[in-house]
Design a protein around this ligand. Structure first.
Ligand SMILES: [Zn+2]
Length: 303
């Protein structure tokens, strides 16, 4: 079995504030170590559960967050964003996806760093219903035949994911500062939590045959509510129908809908013809920057 471990960062054990997720900060350098530890547990769990091959797909921001030299050497690593064959790059042949360190969707009350796809949106809706990333990425991967069988993250994020992916195995991660800055008690919480990641990931892989590729029935009507009308105007270079801060588009399925979302978010019309060399340059720039020019970590008193 070929298993993909997809990594966001907000829902990692050890992370309690936004700055720990912001690329380039010393706190993020600490957050990267937290994420890498979580990812390694899930990779180990995937192998325990019977995976023959594991691919770590780094997805947060520009897609270079894991500390690659500290990753389980048995796993392959795919960082950065792509145009072809998918935004995630070449993920062909994955039998199951385990999604580490997720967060709640845009507009969720009292959630840690809630957003869907990108911070410019205050809400994303499909067919009138507010969605989180597991709906969109899950639906996209589902149409490629890949089920999501595991999630970890804050309780509300996990609840949202399980509403969409009821078959998935889940680990809940606390987001309070004192959980991670209370000495021995924190170390025990971290150890127990990460062991749970490994056990639960193994269970997900063993139960892979019960996992279902998510399939949202088309046609799909997308609405992206931007934080301001000005942002909506600026990003909507594709002239999708817009009303105030809300931009809408239709798609036959999630693959088309996700493609249009990515055009709206990352690919202005004037840059679209050079999207492939652009993605190549961006990827290599950030790969080098985040690998060789990273700041010293600041754990701000974490245990
Ligand atoms: Zn993220």
């Amino acid at each position: 079995m070929y298993v993909g471990v997809f990594a966001d960062i907000e829902g990692s054990f050890g992370i309690w504030r936004m700055r720990q997720c912001r690329m380039g900060t010393r706190e993020w350098q600490y957050g990267r170590a937290c994420l890498t530890a979580d990812v390694n547990q899930v990779v180990a769990g995937a192998f325990d559960g019977g995976a023959a091959r594991v691919l770590v797909k780094d997805t947060h921001e520009v897609g270079f967050n894991c500390l690659v030299n500290k990753l389980d050497p048995r796993a392959e690593y795919l960082g950065g964003h792509y145009i072809k064959p998918s935004l995630f790059g070449d993920i062909t042949g994955l039998d199951l996806v385990l999604y580490v360190a997720i967060h709640a969707g845009s507009g969720t009350q009292d959630a840690f760093f809630p957003h869907t796809h990108y911070g410019i949106f205050s809400e994303l809706r499909i067919n009138g219903k507010a969605v989180a990333e597991m709906d969109i990425y899950g639906g996209y991967l589902g149409e490629l035949g890949m089920p999501i069988g595991f999630v970890s993250g804050e309780d509300i994020a996990v609840a949202q994911a399980l509403a969409t992916l009821p078959w998935a195995k889940a680990v809940v991660v606390n987001k309070k500062k004192e959980t991670y800055t209370s000495g021995e008690k924190s170390r025990q919480y971290l150890t127990a939590g990460r062991e749970q990641l490994r056990r639960t990931a193994a269970e997900a892989v063993r139960c892979a045959s019960q996992m279902q590729p998510l399939h949202l029935k088309g046609p799909l009507y997308f609405e992206a509510v931007f934080r301001t009308e000005e942002l909506a105007r600026k990003f909507n270079t594709w002239n999708f129908p817009r009303q105030g801060a809300t931009v809408a588009w239709e798609a036959a399925d999630m693959i088309e809908g996700f493609d249009k979302l990515n055009r709206l978010t990352f690919l202005p019309k004037n840059l679209y013809p050079i999207r492939r060399p652009l993605a190549f340059v961006m990827r290599n720039y950030f790969r080098i920057k985040n690998t060789y020019f990273a700041p010293q970590p600041d754990s701000e008193g974490a245990s």
